[in-house]
Design a protein around this ligand. Structure first.
Ligand SMILES: [Zn+2]
Length: 176
């Protein structure tokens, strides 16, 4: 599966009067919060200072909520694969990196994908702490698409430990 570019018309504008960022596409406009990655990594590091390994659960939960919200207005579409491609394309447009969908097996509730230039990557984080948010985000998206709350997200490769991209698989919790 190649290009995910199904959402080309998104535009980002800064309203100087209001001090707000606004994104517009075919379906209207909405407000955007832009955050420098230093701030995001500061958030991650502080959560781990406060909650130690429990921070992974918090970050994953936060990402999951964002992922579910991101696919909500796409779920009314009948074509699930189109909806999924659109979601990943939007993720790229939000600056996550470039998504590549490698496998999508709807009956098995299984998918595998890559993120090139993953914005959540940082070399100083070999335990991949910063990835918990993205893992949660993908879990939120796919559990909604598969109508299966038991979907888990495993990271198979990670730029944090020297891989050229981050690679994730989504699968039901119970399967081997
Ligand atoms: Zn990674």
């Amino acid at each position: 599966m190649s290009s995910l570019d199904v959402d080309l018309d998104r535009k980002l504008a800064y309203d100087k009067e209001k001090g707000q960022l606004i994104t517009t596409d075919g379906s209207g406009s909405r407000l955007v919060l832009a955050m420098p990655m230093e701030a995001f990594f500061g958030l991650v590091d502080h959560l781990f200072e406060l909650f130690m390994s429990g921070a992974s659960v918090i970050l994953e939960g936060a990402g999951e909520g964002a992922g579910k919200a991101a696919v909500q207005n796409i779920m009314s579409r009948k074509d699930i694969e189109y909806g999924l491609r659109k979601t990943l394309s939007r993720g790229s447009r939000w600056g996550h990196g470039r998504y590549e969908l490698l496998e999508l097996d709807f009956p098995r509730n299984y998918s595998r994908l890559r993120v090139y230039n993953c914005v959540f990557a940082r070399e100083s984080d070999p335990e991949c702490r910063s990835m918990w948010y993205l893992r949660g985000y993908l879990r939120g998206c796919f559990s909604t698409f598969f109508h299966n709350p038991e979907i888990i997200c495993n990271e198979l490769k990670c730029m944090n430990v020297g891989d050229k991209y981050c690679e994730f698989e989504l699968r039901p919790r119970a399967s081997p």
